[in-house]
Design a protein around this ligand. Structure first.
Ligand code: G6P
Length: 765
């Protein structure tokens, strides 16, 4: 480090000195030239005026007069002397000693007489530097003699020398100051921060002492600090993953982690590319004044799918919905993500307002969403929405095909009900691709689905996939029955598959889940659930001793109004809990552009107000309705402090809130009340299972939850946590990939790849 500073300073000194000297040299030359020009000019003026004075005496041929003039003017300050010559160059008069110095007949005089033009030159007389100026003496414009003025020019050199001296001193002082300042800057801005960084990294590496939370403040080296932060995060993640793996090996268990999933994906995928399509993008950009902000939409999907893409540098195709999304992509609409540590490519697809209106709000969310969730909201089917849905599916298919490019046998994971037509559109063009669609919402029975005017097209579209995934077996069964009633095909009930037109589609359940480890190990306050509860309620301005929590998008499928009725009935039936039990409903606004959702927000608010008005007293109220998007960290605080979590969906594919709540309760306390109409209810038998339409039952469940003996509560929570830990989101993704990569391609796609006609690989699974 010391050598580095010395070398830096020496280079600086040499550099500054050379540059300063070069500039000074130019400046001195410029000044010298200026002084010489000035002298030439003044000698020319003096010569001319003296000539006018001398010429009459020359005509009179009066040497005495000429000598008088020479004596009078030749000793003026700065003049070394002057001399007058006749037209043959013979000396007529001169100041004393001058002829000895310049010669009796200087060539300059002969030259000006012959050219009849004044002329000057710098030369040396002995050791003195002088300027000789000769001027013709005229009669009737003819040169009849010459005048020589000799001017002392040594002051020009004296001035140049002074300038050099001053410059030298200035450069010396400058160099010393700059060297000193540089030394201080190096010490403060580089040596100090680098030492700090080294110490920080040492602590990180050895794991001794207090673990550093954020990278140190490195001043000028801020970009390095940012990289160190990312590096530290990766190192910590790798360490904790290794720790988890070690623990798992220790207990001979096989719990899936992000790292295990990555290894699994790489081994399954080989050289095939992997593409995921979803409507929501994992990162969206928005503009905040001058700067851009990256937003990660709160979605379980991103947690589940990102490790897969990171593992194999895959591609994620999604709707670019952020207002600054276009500013951040390249010419191919690509962007490398995650922004801090890019590992895969996000391809954004642009939709017009009309397309978004028809495809997303219209057909997907006013048509398919209520159609698949039996929740008594009538689906709306508009032909224009259907057209938009078809067009947007085609648009995404084009983007996917483009991204598949030269990949042989790529894997495509299509997400959700927004893209029912996509599998077929892609498979038609790329029979060698392995295509899966995962349907994140329920599939209703065949009669219910049958009301959709385009059910045939939707099912045909989905059957283009090699694999269709639902959360639970009963959704798979419903789907197969719907296919059976709608299309000419063979249902293989033994293997849960559909054979149609030489193509086989396997239909299987893959219950989605959460990142159990991630939630369980996220930072906590260190307070007991009791203190956390008191603090949270105090922040909300409420005084209560029991806390219930509900976390939902404000959606009519979530049974929020029914939940409120259950709470009202509970307080009515068990008045002892009045003034004691408060329920916090976190309600993230969703799809508010749709009238039904917009109205529902008002209804939820009005219902909370009504119940509060009925029961509230002093600083207590039964329901606190928080109507905004909460971050994972904020929500987890509520999960950890709550006595009971209510999930009362009227119908739900899985419901991840139930699983998130369990993952957050590492204190093994808290009770889950869970609707029997959620996919999660199939796995979580130790929840208090309710029918959300049965208000009495819900009221009873709340009482039981609050009065459950601690031992029983703990036993139930422990068992449910075990289920979620084992069946976590990485297992979900791993199983989906494993199943898809095992798909045997149909003969025609083998032909497409190998070019061998009549080659049969069989279609059976
Ligand atoms: C449902 C879907 C998800 C979707 C979520 C949010 O749970 O199954 O795939 O991410 O709703 O909906 P949004 O319309 O806001 O994307």
């Amino acid at each position: 480090m010391r050598w580095l500073s010395v070398r830096l300073i020496v280079s600086l000194i040499v550099g500054i000195t050379l540059v300063s000297l070069a500039f000074t040299y130019k400046e001195v030359q410029r000044q010298k030239l200026g002084l010489r020009k000035d002298l030439e000019r003044s000698d020319a003026v003096l010569g001319e005026s003296l000539a006018g004075y001398i010429e009459p005496y020359l005509e009179k041929q009066s040497p005495r007069q000429l000598q008088k003039i020479v004596d009078r003017f030749g000793n003026r300050e700065g003049l070394e002397g002057m001399a007058i010559y006749d037209k043959d160059g013979a000396l007529l008069a001169a100041t004393s000693a001058l002829p000895d110095r310049i010669g009796k007949q200087p060539p300059l005089v002969t030259q000006v007489i012959s050219t009849n033009q004044g002329s000057g030159q710098f030369s040396r007389l002995g050791t003195a530097s002088v300027h000789l100026y000769a001027f013709p003496l005229r009669q009737h414009d003819e040169a009849v003699g010459g005048l020589v003025i000799v001017h002392d020019a040594s002051y020009i050199n004296t001035q140049s020398t002074r300038m050099w001296r001053e410059t030298f001193v200035r450069v010396l002082v400058q160099v010393l100051l700059i060297a000193l300042i540089t030394l201080l800057i190096v010490r403060w801005s580089l040596v100090g921060p680098i030492a700090k960084a080294a110490q920080w990294m040492k602590t990180l590496r050895t794991g001794k002492g207090t673990m550093p939370s954020g990278a140190p403040d490195l001043g000028l080296l801020r970009p390095l600090a940012r990289e160190m932060q990312t590096f530290a995060a990766s190192l910590m993640a790798a360490r904790s993953a290794a720790e988890v793996e070690a623990q798992l090996r220790d207990t001979a268990e096989s719990i899936w982690t992000a790292e295990r999933l990555a290894v699994h994906v790489r081994s399954k995928l080989g050289d095939s590319g992997l593409i995921i399509v979803s409507n929501r993008e994992p990162y969206l950009h928005t503009r905040k004044g001058e700067s851009l902000e990256v937003v990660v939409p709160p979605s379980g999907l991103v947690t589940a799918l990102e490790p897969i893409l990171c593992a194999c540098d895959g591609k994620w195709v999604a709707h670019g919905s952020g207002d600054a999304d276009r500013e951040t992509v390249d010419a191919n609409d690509h962007l490398r993500v995650p922004p801090d540590d890019p590992k895969y490519t996000l391809r954004r697809v642009w939709l017009t307002k009309e397309e978004e209106e028809g495809y997303y709000f219209g057909f997907s969310n006013e048509g398919l969403w209520p159609l698949c969730h039996i929740a008594h909201t009538r689906p709306i089917f508009r032909t224009s929405d259907w057209e938009a849905y078809r067009e947007v599916n085609q648009k995404f298919a084009d983007a996917v095909l483009q991204e598949m490019g030269d990949f042989e046998q790529p894997l495509l994971l299509v997400q959700d009900y927004h893209f029912a037509l996509l599998p077929r559109l892609v498979k038609k063009q790329r029979p060698d691709a392995r295509v899966a669609i995962f349907w994140h919402i329920p599939w209703p029975n065949a009669e219910a689905f049958g009301i959709c005017p385009w059910q045939r097209e939707l099912i045909e579209g989905m059957l283009g996939a090699d694999l269709i995934g639902f959360h639970i077996q009963s959704h798979c069964n419903n789907f197969l029955q719907t296919v059976d009633r709608t299309l000419e095909s063979r249902i293989d009930w033994e293997h849960f598959a559909v054979d149609r037109e030489d193509h086989r589609t396997v239909v299987k359940p893959f219950p989605i889940s959460v990142d159990f480890q991630g939630i369980a190990s996220s930072p906590r306050s260190g307070e007991s659930p009791y203190t956390e509860r008191v603090n949270l309620l105090r922040e909300l301005g409420v005084n209560a001793s029991f806390l219930g929590v509900g976390v939902d998008r404000v959606d009519y499928t979530k049974g929020i109004l029914e939940r409120f009725l259950g709470i009202e009935r509970f307080l009515e039936k068990y008045p002892i809990y009045q003034n004691k039990f408060t329920f916090v409903q976190i309600g993230a606004p969703s799809r508010t552009h749709i009238k039904r959702y917009h109205d529902l927000r008002g209804e939820v608010e009005a219902e909370a107000d009504r119940i509060n008005w009925r029961f509230q007293s002093g600083s207590w109220k039964p329901i606190v309705y928080l109507k905004r998007q909460f971050s994972h960290e904020e929500v987890e605080k509520y999960y950890r402090a709550a006595d009971v979590c209510l999930v009362t969906s009227l119908h739900d594919g899985m419901n991840l809130v139930a699983k998130e709540f369990l993952a957050a309760r590492d204190d093994e306390q808290g009770v889950l009340i869970l609707s029997r109409f959620t996919g999660a209810a199939r796995e979580l038998n130790d929840a208090l299972i309710v029918n959300p339409y049965d208000i009495e039952q819900m009221a009873e469940a709340i009482r039981i939850a609050l009065e459950l003996p601690a031992v029983e509560r703990q036993a139930r929570m422990r068992r449910m946590r075990r289920v979620v830990q084992e069946h976590n989101v990485y297992r979900w993704a791993g199983n989906l990939i494993a199943e898809l990569s095992n798909v045997r391609l149909a003969p025609e796609s083998i032909e497409a790849i190998t070019g061998l006609k009549g080659f049969s690989a069989g279609t059976g699974q």
